[in-house]
Design a protein around this ligand. Structure first.
Ligand SMILES: [Mg+2]
Ligand SMILES: [Zn+2]
Length: 198
């Protein structure tokens, strides 16, 4: 049986958005996330962070600084009895520079590359998985990967450029509320799952 997952944006969703911050001491969990994540985990969802980290390409911090961010997030969640199953980030930004980071890529959201990589490495069924984020690029990345997507409508999206892939399945005000929506969505067993029951 494949896994199902909750893909979580980091900045502005899981933690308050401090632009380009990699100082672990400034990282804390957003309000109204812990209970929801715990419930989702107990329902069998893997929790996987999907984050754009253009600060690497822009030279604001080295890629290895993201290790201490990951360590901090792991320990904050672990102290709440929540397990993080993956931390995937895009270090790229197509800025015209010449380093290996300054090119277009298939993993900077709204592109779905990070979700595909996580799905491959963690054996995740994307059609049973959800993306949660605070801007429409998160929503689009989730949909392009074949997931359902929830927007945390907290004011961080300002442009509202809409296409069909950018229409959220739900709009909520917190991760806890997103968890309620997910856990109340009836899952229609897919053909493959019914086959397994035979
Ligand atoms: Mg965000
Ligand atoms: Zn990338």
């Amino acid at each position: 049986m494949m896994n199902k997952a909750i893909f979580l944006d980091k900045d502005g969703t899981l933690i308050p958005d401090i632009p380009y911050n990699v100082n672990p001491e400034l990282i804390r969990l957003e309000k109204n996330v812990v209970d929801g994540l715990r419930k989702l985990e107990s329902e069998g969802y893997l929790l996987v962070i999907i984050s754009n980290q253009a600060g690497v390409a822009k030279g604001y911090f080295p890629e290895k600084a993201l290790l201490q961010v990951e360590t901090r997030l792991n320990s904050l969640l672990k102290s709440e009895d929540i397990k993080l199953s993956g931390f995937y980030y895009c270090p790229h930004y197509p800025g015209g520079g010449s380093t290996k980071y300054q090119s277009s890529c298939d993993c900077r959201k709204p592109k779905p590359g990070l979700l595909f990589r996580a799905a491959h490495e963690l054996n995740i069924d994307l059609s049973r998985s959800w993306m949660i984020g605070d801007i429409l690029n998160d929503v689009e990345a989730g949909h392009l990967a074949g997931c359902r997507s929830i927007l945390i409508d907290n004011g961080n999206e300002t442009e509202w450029i809409m296409t069909v892939d950018r229409v959220p399945d739900h709009k909520v005000s917190s991760v806890n509320e997103a968890a309620e929506k997910i856990l109340n969505t009836f899952e229609i067993p897919k053909y493959e799952q019914r086959l397994e029951q035979l």
